[in-house]
Every structure is written in structure tokens, then in C-alpha cells.
Design a protein around this ligand. Structure first.
Ligand code: NAD
Length: 512
């Protein structure tokens, strides 16, 4: 594979049109140690190679970690407000480049332009939010139990942070990790998903153009076991932030534990949307369609189960299915298209496998189920929006994450029954309830086992300044977004200053 064209950071705001990307280590563009590359193809038309990336291994990761370690010595001492100003500038740069980056993203992973614009916007929002945090990074100052003694806690950076990301929000998720990390004074090595490195490079380019010094952010591309594992095992990496499947998350968690790394896991979901008899049905149908088929169902927060109370069950299904049939599937670069392809052949195969499982389990498939591969669809990984009804909550299609445009509709008796069904899964990411009854709404907020609950909105639509993440098999208790990320990327140091000029013994010297 030719690797003669380089993509370099640009300072004039133009986007290089070159197609071969090298690893970005210590501010330099370098080939992988093994000299191999891999292709990133457009899932809507696999004849198009969007770009070629380095297939990296331990040697490349080691070089990136060395660079990050060296850069940390200086970066940690740059005042946080100054670090944050660079992140603020990156937001302004991203605004200028938003359309180009959205188009790159649609080409590399298929979601429609309106959504890829939203993905870039999320990185912009995260940049503004985290830039603001640079002037806060609050810690507690508390009264001491002893006289003439001062007590406070300050946030300190952790050191080198490793990041491993999925492909479905390729710029947004990279931004959730990189931006708080650098504002807090850490340095980073990121390994983006092999389907979507371009969007991570676009973000990193904005950050370097905004003044983030060399070595602070390093990008190493490649496959999980080859390029991800060395990051998990490296003793100089002090924190790992991973977003991806629960199966891989388990490996990440156990491997990171061996070297006592901080480890944040944001994993899968099987998100329920409950529709009660008193709901605004039109609103619930619109929300359900957006939640189930937005991003081709490839969101960790996708509405993959819709639990509908019996009084409106048939009416909901009739209207929901009629609307699902009309969704326009196609190449996301066409502004009239509502749903793009699956990200790759494997994901399409998984979707089709679960459709067969659903049929075998006895769920009723009322629309969809077929791969689209004729005419304009012939070179892509397209699937019809698929709806199963009368699904038993214990069926595999109602329990396991499919990550495709396949939704299960489940009948329920009342709110209590709905919540039991909603909670009866291993995951706990997002959840939603449609009702006009405020008492039911607040009961659901209290009782749904999930990191996020929406009322009168589908299970998708998180904003960057609130904690994002889930319970149970969706994670290990950390949160991205908002102050949760600042908590993850800092360590507390408690500071006691005794100005009494004598030895004072805590818990022992008590004036009775
Ligand atoms: P994935 O788990 O297959 O891969 C995620 C990343 O891990 C990729 O970069 C991959 O290269 C890397 N990886 C794979 N095996 C590895 C290993 N052994 N060691 C180190 N790294 C390894 O997930 P995906 O297909 O990219 O993304 C889809 C999944 O991500 C879904 O389960 C979805 O729910 C989840 N997701 C979760 C959130 C969240 O915030 N909770 C957000 C988006 C996606």
C-alpha cells in the first residue's frame, strides 16, 4: 500500500484531501512499525476507499506512550485556564470545518448528514463546556477540626491516559474523552475504532491547530487486539477510557486492573421506551421512530424495546409500522435520506442473524427483515427498518443488544409491569416514558434501572454537560460528560496546612 502522501496539521484552516493517514505521535506523522495499512471504506458504497490508515502494534503504541509521558512533564504545569483556552479555540475551528467533517463522517460510517452534523456539533459543545471547566476544576475547602489549620482538596492530573473508542459517534466520543483529559492536564494516546479513524483525526487536527503542543495528544490506528491491548498493558498508562461493547469492555476492565489503572467503561444497552395509555400517541410514535432507526439503530442508547400499555397497543403498532415502512433508506450524503447503511458487513450479518432468531423465537415480524441490495443499494450494507411485535420480554431479541434497525414491541399491563419488563435485562443505559401523568413520570424516574431517563422523549438525545453512562452491564460506575468526566480525569490530593507552630494530632488533640 502506498504511503507517500502525508496528512499534516494545517494552520490555514484548509482540510487536506490526502487519503493516506499515518499515526500522529509527538506531533509527527509516522508510519506503523510493521509498515502495514488498512482501508476505511464507505459502507453506503464499498467501492469508495475513504482513507487508508496505519495498522499499528505494540511498537507504535510504545512510541506514542513515550511521547505522551514526556509531554506530561510540561503540560501538567500549564495553568488549566490556558489549557482550556486552546480547547475553546478548537471549538471555533470545528465550527468552520463542521460541514467538511460531517461529510467525511457520513462517508466513513454511513449515518445521515443531519446526524453527522450533530456529531461534530457535540464535539463543539463538549469543547465549550470543557473550556469552561478549565476555570473551575472545583475542589472542597473545609474547616479543619483543629485550630490554625487549613484543609482543602485539589484536583491533579493522572498522567498518560489511553482511550479506545467505537465507530458510532466517532468525533463526539473522542471529544468526550480527549477534551476533559487535556483540560485537566493529562496527556493522551487514542486508538480510534478501525471503521472511523478519520473523524478522530479531524478532531485532533483542530486541537493541534488550536495550539495543543506536540506529544499531548497522540493517535495510533489499528485493530483492537493489536493496537488496543498494548495500551491496556502499558505500565506508564495510568488511565483507560473505553467505549464499546460489553464483551470487549470485560477484557478491558480485567486487563487494566492488572496494572491498577483507573478504568472507565461505557458499554452496551438495550434501551426501553414505555408508552402508557395516557401518552400523546403521535409524539410517542415520532419519538420511537427516531429512537429506533436514527443512526440505523447503531446507538448505545437506541430505543430497541418499546413497551406499550394494552389500551393503546394496537393503535400504536398500526401507526408506528405504517411510518416505519415509509422511512427512506440510502446514502446518507443525500439530504432526503432518513436512514443510512449498517457500518460494515459484520454488523449487517449480526442484524440479519437476530432477525432469524426473532422469527425462530415466535415474535411477529410485521415489516422489514430484508437486506437491500439491488440498484442504488447494491454496493452498500443496507437493511430495511424492521419491527417485531408481540415480543416476549425474555426472547433474545428483547434481551441482547443487536445494534441495528430492529425494534421489539412488547405489550404491558400498567406502569408497574412496564418497569419490571424495562428493568429485566442485563444493561442499564437509557430509558424513557411517555405519559401525561406527573406522578407516574416521577415514579419511573425513581424506579427505572438506567443511567439516563427521558420523559416524553425517546431514549436518545444526551447533552454534553450532564453525566452520561449506565448501570449494570453498561459500565463500571464512571460517567462521561459533565462533571463526571472531570472526576475521572483527575485525582484528588488533600492538602493540610498547619499554621499553629506546634504538633497537633488529628482525632487525639480535642479541646473537651
Ligand atoms: P467494540 O467493542 O467491538 O470495539 C470498540 C473498540 O474496542 C474499538 O476501537 C476496537 O478496535 C477496540 N477493541 C476491540 N477488541 C479489543 C481488545 N481485545 N483490546 C483492546 N481494544 C479492543 O465496539 P464497536 O462495535 O466499535 O461499538 C459498538 C458497541 O459500543 C455497542 O455495544 C455500543 O452499545 C457500544 N457503545 C457504547 C456507548 C456508551 O457510551 N455506553 C457509546 C457508543 C457505543
Amino acid at each position: 500500500m502506498a504511503t507517500d502522501t502525508l496528512t499534516k496539521p494545517v494552520i490555514d484552516g484548509s482540510i487536506p484531501k490526502t487519503k493516506v493517514f499515518k499515526n500522529f505521535i509527538d506531533g509527527e506523522w509516522v508510519e506503523s512499525a510493521c509498515g502495514q495499512t488498512f482501508e476505511d471504506r464507505n459502507p453506503a458504497d464499498t467501492r469508495e476507499v475513504v482513507a487508508t490508515f496505519q495498522r499499528s502494534n505494540k511498537e507504535d503504541v510504545d512510541a506514542a506512550v513515550d511521547a505522551a509521558k514526556a509531554a506530561f512533564a510540561k503540560w501538567r504545569l500549564v495553568p488549566a485556564p490556558r489549557r482550556a483556552e486552546m480547547v475553546f479555540r478548537a471549538a471555533e475551528i470545528l465550527i468552520d470545518r463542521k460541514e467538511d467533517h460531517a461529510r467525511d463522517m457520513t462517508r466513513e460510517m454511513g449515518k445521515v448528514l443531519a446526524e453527522t452534523r450533530g456529531d461534530v456539533q457535540e464535539a463543539i459543545d463538549a469543547a465549550y463546556y470543557n473550556a469552561g471547566e478549565g476555570r473551575r476544576l472545583f475542589g472542597p475547602t473545609v474547616p479543619s477540626e483543629l485550630p490554625n489549620k487549613f484543609a482543602m482538596a485539589v484536583r491533579q492530573p493522572i498522567g498518560v491516559c489511553g482511550m479506545i473508542t467505537p465507530w458510532n459517534f466517532p468525533m463526539a466520543i473522542s471529544s468526550w474523552k480527549l477534551l476533559p483529559a487535556v483540560v485537566c492536564g493529562n496527556t493522551c494516546v487514542i486508538k480510534p475504532a478501525q471503521d472511523t479513524p478519520l473523524s478522530t483525526f479531524n478532531l485532533v487536527r483542530a486541537l493541534t491547530d488550536a495550539g495543543i503542543p506536540k506529544g499531548v495528544i497522540n493517535v495510533v490506528t489499528g485493530y483492537g487486539p493489536e493496537a488496543g491491548t498494548p495500551l491496556l498493558e502499558h505500565t506508564a498508562v495510568r488511565a483507560i477510557s473505553f467505549t464499546g461493547s460489553s464483551a470487549v469492555g470485560k477484557i478491558i476492565g480485567t486487563t487494566s486492573a492488572k496494572t491498577f489503572k483507573h478504568c472507565s467503561l461505557e458499554l452496551g444497552g438495550k434501551n426501553p421506551m414505555i408508552v402508557l395509555d395516557d401518552a400523546n400517541l403521535e409524539l410517542a410514535i415520532e419519538g420511537g421512530l427516531w429512537g429506533a432507526f436514527g443512526t440505523t439503530g447503531q446507538r448505545c442508547t437506541a430505543t430497541s424495546r418499546i413497551i406499550v400499555q394494552k389500551g393503546v397497543y394496537r393503535k400504536f403498532i398500526d401507526q408506528f409500522v405504517a411510518r416505519a415502512k415509509k422511512i427512506k433508506v440510502g446514502n446518507g450524503l443525500d439530504e432526503t435520506v432518513e436512514m443510512g447503511p449498517a457500518v460494515n458487513e459484520n454488523q449487517l450479518k449480526t442484524d440479519l442473524k437476530y432477525i432469524e432468531i426473532g422469527k425462530d423465537e415466535g415474535a411477529k415480524m410485521v415489516t422489514g427483515g430484508n437486506r437491500l441490495d439491488k440498484g442504488d443499494y447494491q454496493h452498500g450494507w443496507f437493511l430495511e427498518p424492521t419491527v417485531f411485535i408481540d415480543v416476549d420480554p425474555k426472547m433474545r431479541i428483547a434481551q441482547e443488544e443487536i445494534f441495528g434497525p430492529v425494534v421489539s414491541i412488547i405489550p404491558c399491563d400498567d406502569l408497574e409491569d412496564a418497569i419490571a419488563i424495562a428493568n429485566g435485562i442485563e444493561y442499564g443505559l437509557s430509558s424513557s416514558l411517555y405519559t401525561k401523568d406527573v406522578n407516574k413520570a416521577f415514579s419511573a424516574v425513581r424506579d427505572l434501572e438506567a443511567g439516563i431517563t427521558y420523559i416524553n422523549a425517546p431514549t436518545i438525545g444526551a447533552e454534553v454537560h450532564l453525566p452520561f453512562g449506565g448501570t449494570k452491564a453498561t459500565g463500571n460506575g464512571h460517567r462521561e460528560g459533565g462533571i463526571g468526566a472531570i472526576d475521572f480525569y483527575t485525582e484528588w490530593k488533600s492538602v493540610y496546612v498547619d499554621y499553629s507552630d506546634k504538633l497537633q494530632k488529628a482525632q487525639i488533640d480535642r479541646a473537651e
